[in-house]
Design a protein around this ligand. Structure first.
Ligand SMILES: *Cc1c(COP(=O)(O)O)cnc(C)c1O
Length: 397
């Protein structure tokens, strides 16, 4: 009998009951806007920001409308000007170069290594061309952050971290998002906590924090924030910081607070699933497992492997055969963007020179989501299916 997987790769868990209760209380109050609070009341958004700042060991936190909005706000708050080059990963998703383009800046792509992290040699070579690096921890793979920050210090680069896939992760004990000047997170449905849409930004820099708050649309109500700098910092920046509304509302914050309290437990559950898939695929001929460094405490909310130097038709055959058995793999080597998957050379608003070493890696990357609705048995089955199909295609001369 040929085994098939029948689960859904896009089905997340329900919102915890505590979040549903808190959301209903917000709905019953009618006060959904973050600055709409009764006398003496502290809103859900302000509470969320205070709690997330503590959780991330950060001085300041701002909750916003999306992860992409957090990234664009970070760029504005650190002072990126229109036309300015901003370094970023060639291996990432569209909201990252999109955030750079949204402020009129120009993405400059840095290559990807076989570990699926930013190529530090390429970064060092290009570092002199920009003042800011928007570092995407794409699919949760964290580069040697000590080495990266050394390059950043040498070249005076300000680092903004895109932690859409690393909320809850860390490198050498430092939480992801806390190496650079600003860390940005997404709370969109497919990330590590789910409010439909939403984003969070953390920083220890008081001026970046004050600008971000005003940018997000605080008017002059910034004293209702619990994880923002003192009033005098706002006095310094308020006249020259525009309002570009992108606030979070109380409903989303209410849903998020209990999920964030559970984050570490969820990370363990993701990693249990990740390890089952990893074990199941290890030793498959032709397939490269991405070895995770010991310094990297990652979140296995998705799984990648490489079919390095395989001809395109064979990779496509693996994708098709796995799909026939219910296993959805995304391929980063496809010439045209599909679904969530696109490549640096499909973002034509950001001109790029060919990057052969990066193209070789991208052409071999297969990617799959691992939602927590999958059981460990589901993960073992998925690994058996991939192993069988990769082996079958690999054997054909
Ligand atoms: C999802 C995502 C974002 C942006 O998140 P949104 O909340 O959808 O705007 C940024 N970077 C990466 C790599 C992502 O996958």
């Amino acid at each position: 009998m040929t085994e098939r997987f029948t689960g859904s790769f896009t089905q997340q868990e329900p919102i915890p009951e505590e979040g549903i209760e808190a959301a209903l209380a917000v709905l019953r109050s009618g006060r959904l806007h973050r600055y709409n609070v009764a006398p003496g009341e502290v809103g859900e958004v302000a509470l969320l920001e205070r709690e997330f700042a503590v959780q991330m060991d950060a001085k300041y936190c701002l909750a916003v409308a999306s992860g992409g909005y957090a990234l664009a706000t970070a760029l504005r708050a650190v002072g990126v000007a229109p036309g300015e080059p901003v370094l970023t990963n060639a291996f990432t998703l569209a909201p990252v170069p999109g955030a750079i383009a949204s402020v009129g800046a120009v993405p400059v792509f840095v290559g990807v290594s076989e570990a699926l992290t930013i190529d530090l040699e390429d970064l060092a070579a290009k570092a002199g061309r920009a003042k800011v690096l928007m570092l995407s921890h794409m699919r949760g793979h964290i580069c040697d952050m000590d080495a990266l920050m050394q390059i950043a210090r040498t070249h005076g680069l300000t680092v903004i971290e895109d932690c859409a896939h690393t909320m809850g992760a860390s490198w050498n004990g430092v939480k992801s998002g806390r190496h650079g000047a600003v860390g940005c997170y997404s709370t969109q449905t497919y990330k590590h906590v789910n409010s439909g849409e939403g984003g969070l930004l953390v920083t220890d820099d008081e001026e970046i924090a004050a600008r971000a708050v005003i940018l997000s649309g605080s008017y002059m109500l910034y004293d209702r924030h619990l994880a923002a700098p003192d009033r005098e910092v706002f006095e310094r920046v308020k006249y020259d910081t525009p309002n570009i509304s992108g606030r979070m509302d109380h409903l989303r914050a209410a849903i998020l607070r209990p999920q964030l309290r559970d984050l570490d437990a969820q990370v363990r559950r993701w990693n249990d699933r990740y390890r089952v898939i990893e074990e199941g695929l290890r030793g498959t001929p032709g397939l490269t497992v991405i070895e995770r460094p010991v310094a990297e405490h990652f979140v296995g909310s998705s799984f990648q492997f490489l079919l390095l130097d395989w001809p395109a038709e064979k990779v496509q055959a693996v994708v098709a055969r796995c799909a026939d058995r219910g296993v959805e793999l995304k391929w980063f080597g496809a010439p045209e963007p599909h679904g969530f998957t696109s490549r640096y050379d499909s973002w034509r608003y950001a001109p790029s020179a060919p990057m052969p070493a990066t193209d070789r890696v991208l052409a071999g990357i297969l990617d799959m989501r691992v939602p927590l609705t999958f059981s460990l048995n589901d993960c073992a089955l998925i690994a058996r299916i991939i192993r069988a199909e990769v082996s079958a295609v690999h054997q054909v001369a």
